[in-house]
Write a protein that binds this ligand. Structure first.
Ligand SMILES: NC(=O)c1ccc[n+]([C@@H]2O[C@H](COP(=O)([O-])OP(=O)(O)OC[C@H]3O[C@@H](n4cnc5c(N)ncnc54)[C@H](OP(=O)(O)O)[C@@H]3O)[C@@H](O)[C@H]2O)c1
Length: 314
């Protein structure tokens, strides 16, 4: 496993981390035994950065991690998030009010069964929420008390990422970056590097599209709580599948398309860690092995050309 510095936090994080949204059933039903085995496998392989949120399964993913990390808590840099309301009348809304974040931060500590959260991230804050000083004052206060060790944001757009970096408070920015969405590489990474803000790459497999295993008929099995019911709705799914076909040249003996997709993400030096969601030990192993793989200069040039000409089109 390769380790990189996570921006201003100074943590040395594995270049492949683990995303745990899948373990809360957001990619179809999950069994706890499979989740626990996936997490154990990650630790065995030297993965030391695990990302969750109070929103994943309305606390389910955090509760599971609290159990899974008993006896191993010191081996992991544990990142969670708050700000997306998942229960009650405001379900589905975002809330970055100081009293709300303070409450959910304490609830996360309890579910994770830990005295301190290593990285607390505001979950998809708006530019306005980030510009208000009061939320950072709260996080500074909790940092001084030792309840959180560092803080950052997880964002949805280039504008939000740049606002977080320019604001100077966030130590890390988590964002989507993958072969099918390379905008952050063009517009965010150099600003993050200059400001020593650590980049956490989420959705590196574009919710399993970039494994190359999905077919048009899979669209109908994404239902209900599966995030892909929304993300892969309508004609967009077919168009994305066509784009994936253009990237198949990256798979070769000894390197799957999924591994190439992950290696693409950390090929950029601004990236500290890439957090694919591994559903089971087999997926976690395949994803972790990508740490030893490098795309050639020629492959990276072909990817850049494809992005300019075909992949960036909506
Ligand atoms: N707003 C936010 O802050 C936000 C939003 C999204 C994600 N995230 C974070 O980023 C993490 C990763 O994103 P993600 O889970 O949405 O997307 P992803 O990592 O791009 O895709 C994960 C899915 O791909 C499939 N997969 C993973 N490894 C595979 C392998 N080796 N072979 C075949 N299939 C494989 C699994 O689904 P199947 O087996 O069902 O195909 C898995 O659930 C999340 O867990 C979460 O921690 C944060």
């Amino acid at each position: 496993m390769e380790y990189r510095t996570l921006g201003k936090t100074g943590y040395r994080v594995s270049v492949i981390g683990l995303g745990t949204m899948v373990h809360a059933g957001h990619f179809g039903p999950m069994k706890d035994e499979e989740s626990l085995a996936a997490i154990d496998t990650a630790l065995e392989l030297g993965i030391n950065f695990i990302d969750t949120s109070d929103a994943y399964g309305a606390g389910y993913s955090e509760t599971l991690l609290g159990k899974a990390l008993k006896g191993n808590r010191d081996k992991v840099i544990l990142a969670t998030k708050g700000g997306n309301v998942m229960v009650g009348p405001d379900k589905g809304k975002r809330n970055f009010a100081v009293d709300y974040i303070d409450r959910v931060l304490h609830e996360s500590l309890q579910r994770l069964q830990t005295d301190a959260i290593d990285l607390y991230q505001l979950h998809n804050p708006t530019v306005d929420a980030m510009r208000k000083g009061e939320i950072w004052e709260l996080l500074d206060k909790r940092k001084k008390e030792g309840k959180i060790r560092h803080y950052g944001v997880s964002i949805n757009s280039v504008e939000e990422a740049l606002a977080a970096i320019e604001g100077g408070k966030a130590e890390t920015v988590q964002l989507e970056y993958n072969l099918l969405d390379q905008l952050a590489g063009e517009k965010v990474f150099s600003a993050a590097e200059k400001a020593s803000v650590g980049i956490v790459v989420r959705v590196p497999l574009r919710r399993s599209l970039l494994t190359g295993k999905l077919k048009p008929e899979d669209q109908q099995r994404f239902q209900g709580e599966d995030v892909r019911a929304r993300n892969f709705a309508g004609d967009a799914f077919k168009k994305q599948l066509e784009k994936v076909e253009k990237l198949r040249f990256l798979a070769k003996p000894g390197r799957s398309l999924a591994q190439a997709a992950i290696a693409f993400c950390f090929a950029h030096p601004a990236v500290s860690t890439v957090i694919p969601g591994g559903r089971n030990p087999h997926q976690v192993r395949e994803n972790a092995a990508a740490a030893n793989m490098r795309l050639s200069g020629e492959e990276l040039e072909r990817i850049a050309e494809l992005w300019r000409t075909e992949l960036s089109a909506k």
